[in-house]
Every structure is written in C-alpha cells, then in structure tokens.
Design a protein around this ligand. Structure first.
Ligand code: ISE
Length: 342
C-alpha cells in the first residue's frame, strides 16, 4: 500500500468478492483493500487474509462512518446491490458494481436518479467482457468495416454447472445479462426485441431448470444475434462468439494454450469457470476503474448501460414464458448520460 492508493471497500466476500480482493492486493496497482464488508463472519475473516491492513465490517454504513474509504466495489448477489449503491452514492464515492446494476428497471431507475443527485457519474457496472482483449479486437473489426457490414452473430455461453440457488429466470438475469450488454457494444445499435426458444432439454440439468435455451435478439440496425445459453454442459466453461460479415467470418473465445497430440487423439484445455476465462478482463476492468476513479471519472459501462440491460432482462424473462419476440422499449436517455453512453 502507498499513501496515494485508492482505499477500496469491497462489499460481499463470496466467490467474486474474494477474487476481486486478491486481484486488488496482488495484481493491480494504485489501490488497496481498506475494508471488507460482509455479514458472514467466516467469509469476512477468510477474505481479510488477502487484504493486509483492511478492517472488516458487517455493514457498509459503518465502513463509511470510519472515514477511511475512497471507493466501493460491490460484489454481493444482485438483490443487495441497490441497498449498497444508495449509501455509496450519497457519500459521493466512485463505485464498481458487479452486474446486474439492480434486479429490475424500476430500482435501476432509482439508482440513476440518485446518481444524478450526486452530480457526476460515479457508477461503473462490472460488465467485464468489454475488457477482454478479443472482444475489443472484434469491436474494432466491426467498427472498421474491413470485412464489410456485420450481418449476424452466433454466440454460445456455456457453464459446466450452476449452484442450487440458480433459478430459471437467472438464465437471463445472471447469464444472458452479459450478452445484453456486450452485443450492442460490439455491434452498435440497441436491442429491439428478445425471443427465447427451447431445444430438447438436457436431462442432466437440475429438475427446476429447463435448458439450454436459445435467445434471439434483434438489433435496431438489422443485426440478428442468437445466443445458446447452457448451464449444465459438464465439460467446462465456454463463451464463444462468431460474427458473420458481408466478406468474412470472425471468431473469438476459442480454446487456447497447450495443444497435445497423443495416443491418436488431439487435446487442448478448456476453462472450468469464468474466473479464469475472464481473468485478464477482470484485471483490466478493475485497473481501468481505479485509474479513472482517481481522476473523478469512470472507464466502462455506466449506470445508464446497467439500466438498459435491466430493461432487456425484463423482456428476456417475459420471453422465457411466451412465444415470439418481446419488444424492448427504452425511455429517452437522460441528458446526464448522453455524453457517456457507449
Ligand atoms: C455468473 O454469475 C457470471 O456472471 C458468469 O460470467 C456467467 O457466465 C454465469 O452464467 C453466471 O452465472
């Protein structure tokens, strides 16, 4: 820690919070963990081992009262985001909020209002895929037009398994939520409608789930996107994208690393989960946020981006239960966000 370090309160010390704590302590520069806010004492103590000098709290308000926090990283489950966002905004602190911004458009809108009262953009939403080098390359290819216009995208989002707490609606709100952010960022335009189709059910999935699902998004620039969302694929974690242009095809997210030919077979490793698949993206995201926070800015998806995704998620959840496309209707972007929207 140096005196110019941004002192971060990490709120939530579950898998993602613990991962960010290690990242802040060991990988990125210019920041340190000043507080770990977690009601579960066991988790809090385990997380504090990787946060030398940090103090543990049960509530964010107590950490804020101590006056030793410069910024807040929110890594609680999504349903707790709003109650943490509001005091952090009232304290005028920079915030990195894991996805989703909140659970629904109404509470996300309340967060937008609170941020506007704070007077400047304070929230960056943790849609980390925007910081993945291959996603950035694909975005540049699309924008540059060297392969012609983008026509359609095939995406696959595959998890080996999900925890017992994962409900059917979370196929959209916890998983496809990433595509709802990253696809418009890649392809330009915004989502006009969302449709969900059900292929044959995977008999290995949990009884409470009906999946995989195929999500079809129509963008207002004519680009069509299909996402295979799969949360019991068993073999590992895989997020791939194939973009089809007028004059070519581009792919990202292919397995990389050691390739092995042996005993008449060819093998290459695959990720087990998102913490390794997107490790570089998470590192770059948190570093960019820290650097920007120090100069009073954000460096990634804004709260307005989070709001737009909340609206798309509402349509997506409705589409899980209906046939045909569900429209996505957004209000006009508030002036406050007009210049920082992606
Ligand atoms: C998880 O919460 C994530 O955010 C991962 O990136 C996603 O792939 C996974 O499906 C979600 O459950």
């Amino acid at each position: 820690m140096t005196t110019s370090d941004l002192r971060i309160a990490v709120v939530g010390a579950g898998a993602m919070g613990a991962d960010h704590i290690k990242r802040i302590t060991h990988t990125i520069t210019g920041a340190s963990v000043g507080a770990v806010v977690e009601p579960d004492a066991g988790r809090r103590d385990a997380a504090l081992v990787n946060a030398p000098g940090a103090v543990g709290y049960e509530r964010l308000e107590d950490a804020l009262d101590a006056g030793t926090v410069d910024a807040v990283l929110i890594a609680t489950p999504g349903r707790f985001h709003q109650p943490v966002l509001l005091p952090a905004l009232a304290a005028g602190l920079p915030i990195l909020c894991e996805k989703p911004l909140t659970q629904d458009p109404e509470t996300s809108w309340e967060v937008l209002e609170a941020e506007q009262r704070a007077g400047r953009p304070l929230i960056q939403v943790g849609f980390m895929r925007r910081f993945d080098p291959e996603y950035a390359q694909l975005r540049a290819l699309i924008a540059g037009g060297s392969a012609g216009d983008l026509l359609l995208i095939h995406a696959a989002h595959r998890n080996a398994a999900v925890p017992d707490s994962y409900a059917q609606s979370m196929l959209i709100t916890d998983s496809v939520v990433h595509e709802f952010d990253v696809v418009p960022w890649l392809a330009g335009g915004s989502i006009r409608s969302v449709e969900v189709k059900y292929p044959k059910r995977n008999s290995l999935t949990s009884e409470r789930l009906r999946e995989p699902i195929l999500v079809v998004m129509e963008l207002d620039n004519g680009v069509l996107v299909d996402v295979e969302m799969n949360v019991s694929i068993q073999f590992g974690y895989q997020v791939t994208t194939e973009a089809v242009f007028e004059q070519g095809v581009a792919r990202i997210g292919q397995p990389s690393g050691l390739q092995l030919w042996q005993d008449g077979t060819f093998r290459i490793g695959e990720h087990a989960d998102f913490t390794t698949r997107f490790a570089v993206a998470y590192d770059r995201q948190v570093q960019a946020w820290v650097d920007a926070a120090k100069v009073g800015a954000i460096a990634g998806p804004s709260a307005w981006d989070g709001y737009k995704v909340a609206v798309a998620c509402r349509a997506g959840v409705k589409a899980l239960e209906s046939s045909g496309p569900v429209e996505v209707e957004l209000p006009p972007v508030p002036a406050f966000y007009a210049d920082i929207t992606s």
